[in-house]
Design a binder for this molecule. Structure first.
Ligand code: FAD
Length: 390
């Protein structure tokens, strides 16, 4: 088999790239190790930046998103129970849209089927070859048969645990990482959300977030020790804790109900540089991870591939390598800003082992500053709704 671009991984990065290339008339094949149902079923992101929504719109994939997504003009911060709102729309002219990653994936896969994009699911033992030559290729096993795909370029969109990043030699690759000393216990329940918009809470007992997936489905998180087990968090304990941390004003809106999904996720800041080596280009979680506090992971995956598709388009249309040569530096400039925001927002809202009385007072002083400063609110809102592609 031969194609122009081999895409490893059919998550948001891989599938958005496949659609962008298709629109540009560039041939691509996506190779995914899991089934469609598995990828579509993963409960993950839920907040889309304006730029992500606009891009899906341009790709003709946003009909359902426009109908069912919840546009939020603002977001709320609760500090020891006292809630204040940041009007993102008034401050930046943009808003965010709540639409689950599962729904995004369904739209991407349905669109791929309708447009005849090539996606190979359940590909085992995926390997990348000859990435530092002009003739790279990818191999995998399916139903016991070895397959080979020759290509011009490989896009490594295979997430944090994929094979692509490791193909960049140790002497070339530089990794930056921080693993946070706590996790997020997340719960999904079919109950109406506590409020129309998200509430991020900084409380003496730790961080909490009241979010949602739709008008009838709520998503809640509380900061918890990394070694906690799900069995230690029966529904009653979880609802009591979230209400305590949100404070009486926000908790008044919490509707309790049976949780049908409960999991503990670790938090990490991670960047691998460069995002290109030879004919291999990394995008999305394959190259970087952010703690979910800033809701940036999926959005960064989308902005990476928007830049990558532009670079490939330039290469094929104009026979110019300028775009692909600039890709890594251009993508990393935006990635580091999102890393900074996610790290900062996590530091502002969570309890760390070293958070003593002094650090606690400092956190509260900064939150108080944000509450009463238009400039500080604008800086937060600008980052939250998403910085432009540079
Ligand atoms: C609990 C949680 C909450 C989150 N909340 C948010 C949020 O609110 N907002 C936000 O923007 N982001 C959020 N994220 C992050 C977001 O889900 C990810 O950043 C996003 O999925 C990244 O997309 P991706 O395509 O780069 O990687 P992935 O979604 O990881 O996709 C990679 C794909 O590659 C496949 N793959 C892996 N290895 C191989 C291989 N060897 N061969 C072939 N295929 C392979 C995988 O099966 C997968 O389908 C959250 C994540 C988690 C875990």
């Amino acid at each position: 088999m031969r194609t122009q671009i081999a895409i490893i991984g059919a998550g948001p990065a891989g599938m958005v790239l496949a659609h962008l290339l298709h629109r540009a008339g560039i041939d691509a094949v996506v190779v995914e190790r899991r089934s469609r149902d598995y990828v579509e079923g993963r409960v993950r992101a839920g907040v889309l930046e304006q730029g992500t929504v606009d891009l899906l719109d341009r790709l003709g994939l946003a009909d359902r998103l426009r109908r069912e997504g919840l546009a939020h003009a603002g977001t709320n911060l609760a500090v020891d129970g006292e809630v204040f709102r940041i009007d993102m729309q008034a401050l930046t002219g943009s808003c965010i849209t709540v639409y689950g990653q599962q729904e995004v994936m369904r739209d991407l896969f349905d669109g791929a089927e309708a447009r005849g994009l090539s996606v190979v699911f359940e590909a085992g033992d995926v390997e990348l070859h000859d990435i530092d030559t002009d003739r790279p290729f990818v191999t995998w096993r399916r139903d016991g048969v070895e397959q080979r795909l020759d290509c011009d370029f490989i896009a490594g969109c295979d997430g944090f645990h994929g094979v692509s990043r490791g193909c960049i030699p140790d002497g070339v690759r530089r990794e930056f990482e921080r693993v946070y000393p706590f996790g997020w216990l997340g719960v999904l329940a079919d109950v109406p959300p506590a409020a129309h918009e998200l509430i991020y809470a900084n409380h003496e007992r730790g961080f909490a977030l009241a979010s949602m997936r739709s008008a009838q489905r709520s998503r809640y998180y509380v900061q918890c020790p990394l070694d906690d087990r799900i069995e230690e968090w029966p529904d009653a304990r979880f609802w009591d804790e979230i209400c305590l941390r949100l404070g009486p004003q926000a908790a008044a809106g919490v509707v309790r109900g049976p949780a049908f999904e409960k999991s503990i996720a670790p938090l990490r800041s991670f960047v691998s540089e460069p995002m290109r080596h030879g004919r291999l280009f990394l995008a999305g979680d394959a190259a970087h991870i952010v703690p979910p506090t800033g809701a940036k992971g999926l959005n960064l995956a989308v902005s990476d591939v928007a830049m990558l598709a532009e670079a490939f388009g330039e290469f094929y249309a104009e026979r110019s390598a300028a775009g692909i040569d600039a890709y890594s530096a251009r993508a990393l400039a935006r990635v580091w800003k999102a890393e900074r925001f996610s790290w900062w927002f996590t530091g502002l809202t969570h309890r760390f082992p070293e958070t003593g009385p002094l650090e606690r007072r400092l956190q509260r002083a900064e939150l108080d500053y944000i509450r009463f400063s238009r400039a500080a609110q604008t800086a937060l809102a600008e980052n939250y709704v998403g910085l432009p592609l540079a």
